[in-house]
Design a protein around this ligand. Structure first.
Ligand code: FAD
Length: 324
């Protein structure tokens, strides 16, 4: 019996969110008195696989079939299901990423498992009971959910787990699920990577976000300069992307993407409930708004009441000075 972690690759490396899953899986394995194995699929460097030992993974099963270099849900599910069987895994862990969302339900049906998505903390294991905490209602509440099937499938919310780096080196073994053409009946025609000079928003530890208070796209250099000084990604509110001041992939909130960075800096954003839904699980929220009554201040850890055009240049200066 072991804990199995599915890890995703990006440009040959393991994604940060998967390092969080690996850490989580190892900690669950420790609680259960067993070991954690990972399964990796597609183009990932061997050194990146062995380095998973740092997160406590003892062995990595790797399927390097080049047809899997881009995500194909049915084929990925087949490889992961094979690894679950081979390892007699009782717990399967992966990130609640787009890929995680696409495979979670398929794996639960195929393997007759209990699936919990958006999980934010280690399970409480007591005798036969296995209870996980998951975020619900756009992160406004938490639910404790008992996973009762033999196989517990857990999709971890990004940025909920601190990555451990204290383990050793993992061994790598190949795995093959005898994939046939039928497993590739549905393949993506093209994968377009978001172009950015800086940090990718979903993976970012710090996010600097601008709203309608920035007045127009011509002022976005302030958001970009602050982000670059802090090593952060940029984001925006919905009206900003609706007005084409910023691209749609930067829009966060209920109808945009959900982020949970260590630090979210909101500049000139009122803090409507639909915006908060996408950011309220950030570890620290800083709000800069000239209106002291702006609702965002209620959700803020730190608030600056002031004009963005005066406050942000000072922050940029201070952040650059820190860097020197
Ligand atoms: P505003 O509400 O116009 O706020 C601008 C803020 O900037 C104000 O608080 C103002 O005091 C401040 N300000 C102005 N000038 C300055 C200055 N010089 N310095 C500092 N502060 C200044 N919104 C999202 O963001 N994401 C979503 O996913 C989303 N989904 C939605 C889904 C639905 C179904 C609906 C109905 C709405 C949704 N919205 C979403 C829209 C949401 O309700 C708000 O309208 C939107 O978030 C407001 O954007 P904003 O804060 O940038 O603009």
């Amino acid at each position: 019996m072991s804990v199995l972690v599915f890890v995703e690759g990006l440009n040959g490396e393991i994604k940060k969110s998967s390092l969080e899953s690996a850490t989580y899986g190892s900690q669950v394995a420790q609680k259960l008195g067993t070991t954690a194995t990972a399964v990796a699929i597609g183009e990932v460097h061997e050194e990146a696989l062995t380095r998973l030992g740092e997160q406590g993974i003892s062995k990595v099963l790797y399927d390097g079939d080049s047809r899997l270099n881009q995500f194909v849900a049915d084929a990925y599910v087949k490889v992961i299901a094979k690894a679950v069987g081979q390892e007699s895994a009782k717990v399967l862990v992966f990130s609640n990423s787009n890929i995680g969302a696409a495979i979670g339900a398929k794996l639960a049906v195929r393997l007759n498992g209990s699936l919990a998505t958006n999980v934010t903390a280690l399970p409480k294991i007591d005798g036969g009971s296995f209870v996980v905490t998951r975020g619900v209602f756009s992160g406004k509440a938490f639910a404790d959910v008992a996973l009762t099937a033999d196989l517990k499938i857990i999709a971890i919310k990004k940025n909920s787990i601190d990555i451990s780096t204290s383990g050793g080196t993992a061994t790598v073994q190949s795995i093959s699920a005898d994939l046939t053409d039928a497993d590739f009946a549905e393949v993506p025609k093209e994968t377009v990577m978001q172009e950015t000079d800086g940090v990718l928003l979903p993976e970012a530890a710090i996010v600097v976000s601008g709203g309608r208070g920035m007045k127009g796209p011509e002022n976005w250099h302030l958001i970009e300069d602050l982000a670059s000084a802090l090593g952060a990604a940029t984001a925006c509110s919905k009206p900003v992307s609706d007005m084409d001041w910023r691209p749609h992939h930067e829009h966060v909130g209920q109808t945009g993407i959900t982020v949970s960075p260590n630090l979210y800096i909101a500049v000139g954003i009122s803090g409507a409930i639909q915006h908060l839904a996408g950011v309220n699980s950030s570890k620290v929220i800083v709000v800069i708004n000239k209106d002291p009554e702006a609702p965002f201040f209620k959700a803020a850890d730190y608030g600056i009441v002031g004009d963005a055009f005066e406050v942000v240049p000072k922050l940029i200066e201070a952040a650059r000075a820190l860097d020197k």
